[in-house]
Design a protein around this ligand. Structure first.
Ligand SMILES: [Ca+2]
Ligand SMILES: [Ca+2]
Ligand SMILES: [Ca+2]
Ligand SMILES: [Ca+2]
Length: 429
């Protein structure tokens, strides 16, 4: 089984996508607007105000364009922009229909969160299909195109996560190949601060899923998130299956060694039978109760065409012994929760992220999730899960409430883009 497929190469710069755009901060805002504007690049200069901080980022998913919005805790839009300027759409395979994946993390280690944008499968031929955009400081190509080995990748869908994975004392950017790849190869990139083409250094590369990944996950794609789930102060990389004919919501917690090339895998499934749907799983790492110990929250990749329940999220508790994950258990109580009615989200799939979203850091983190493809109206919602690690036999999720739209009003929809379709979410940690 190939694990490290070829020596890491220099990251290739991709064409610039925007210029002179603001950096995420606690104060930068833009004029709130409810409708995505068709400007190719953001031109308005943000004016520092006392407006609430940007907490949630949403982006249009498959079938939409590539609009991204920064929102505050109350849903107010702080900034709307198009991720790929029209000038570069052709060279990167189109923004219309690709969908945009968003992740927040401090990739240049300056103490401020950055916004990482990648895209879905290309919708037209592209010179630079595998582009990663870091808001406000450029873009690069994560994988070469072409044939011949599993590092080469032509379809364009990438997923990312940011974490301090290898005790380098600095965050790295993990980038995974998506749909159509052979092995879902992951590369770890370090931002160097040097001018292109040396701004991003590849520090590690591996095949993320466990044994026989092409059988485990027929379309090759993987989902990513990051967080410290074993309490050793370093982040682990969590890698999940995408929907495919063979997927079973399997995910792996990867404890990455100091070289960045040889992860130790701890495997589990996101959902029990009856909730696996098309087999994809999205993940977030969150300290749901504020005790400093992280839990894992999973979301369904979709249930269309199956008899399984869709629109579900679940809580998983990593069991840690001597600083290492030894197993996973589902807490008692509400360990699997249907969070939205099927009529609002017919695919049954959700995107998910964790963050401090109720303004109270003492009670732990909250969850935000977004609609899947073909939702009649794109939306996102925030939810707080009350988790008691000493409750029940395995810990207990005792209750939940939505942070907008009233408690237990599961039909409430937070309008996102005013169009049908998927919404991808990210949040400040
Ligand atoms: Ca930063
Ligand atoms: Ca760790
Ligand atoms: Ca906890
Ligand atoms: Ca909180």
């Amino acid at each position: 089984m190939p694990t490290n497929t070829s020596p890491p190469a220099t990251a290739t710069p991709a064409p610039p996508t925007r210029t002179n755009t603001p950096r995420p901060s606690a104060t930068a805002t833009n004029t709130p607007t409810r409708v995505p504007t068709a400007t190719p690049t953001p031109t308005a200069t943000p004016t520092p105000t006392v407006a609430p901080a940007m907490n949630i980022i949403i982006a249009q998913g498959a079938g939409g364009q590539d609009f991204v919005q920064w929102r505050d805790l109350f849903g107010e839009i702080l900034l709307t922009y198009k991720s790929i300027s029209n000038r570069f759409l052709a060279s990167v395979g189109g923004g219309r229909g690709r969908g945009t994946h968003v992740v927040m993390g401090d990739v240049n280690n300056d103490g401020y969160p950055d916004v990482v944008e990648t895209f879905g499968v290309i919708t037209e031929p592209a010179l630079f299909p595998n582009v990663v955009i870091i808001f406000n400081f450029g873009s690069f190509t994560a994988f070469p195109i072409g044939e011949g080995n599993s590092v080469r990748y032509n379809y364009g869908e990438l997923r990312t996560a940011v974490g301090d994975f290898i005790s380098s004392g600095e965050n790295l950017l993990a980038v995974a190949q998506g749909y159509g790849s052979q092995l879902g190869i992951v590369r770890l990139f370090q931002y160097t601060g040097a001018p292109p083409p040396n701004a991003w250094r590849i520090v590690g590369q591996f095949q993320p899923l466990d044994d026989r990944p092409t059988l485990n996950n027929a379309n090759g794609g993987v989902t990513l998130t990051a967080g410290d789930v074993d309490g050793d102060g370093l982040d682990e990389l969590l890698v999940g299956q995408t929907n495919s004919s063979t997927s079973l919501t399997q995910f792996s917690v990867l404890d990455i060694d100091a070289t960045g090339n040889n992860p130790i895998r701890h495997n589990f499934v996101g959902f029990p039978a009856g909730f696996r749907g098309q087999g994809g799983v999205e993940m977030a790492v969150a300290d749901l109760n504020g005790d400093g110990v992280n839990e894992i929250v999973v979301a369904s990749g979709g249930n269309a065409g199956t008899a399984d329940t869709g629109n579900v999220i679940g809580v998983i508790r990593p069991v840690v012994l001597n600083g290492s994950v030894v197993s996973f258990i589902r807490p008692d109580g509400i360990s699997v929760l249907k969070v939205v009615g099927d009529s609002h989200n017919s695919s049954g799939g959700l995107s998910i992220a964790a963050g401090e979203l109720d303004g109270n850091p003492d009670n732990g983190q909250e969850i935000v999730f977004g609609s899947g493809k073909e939702a009649p109206a794109s939306f996102y919602k925030t939810i707080r899960l009350e988790y008691d690690p000493s409750g029940g036999v395995n810990g207990k999720v005792t209750s939940f409430r939505f942070l907008a739209g009233g408690p237990r009003n599961i039909d409430f929809v937070m309008e996102a883009f005013g169009f049908p379709g998927a919404v991808h979410v990210a949040a400040t940690r």
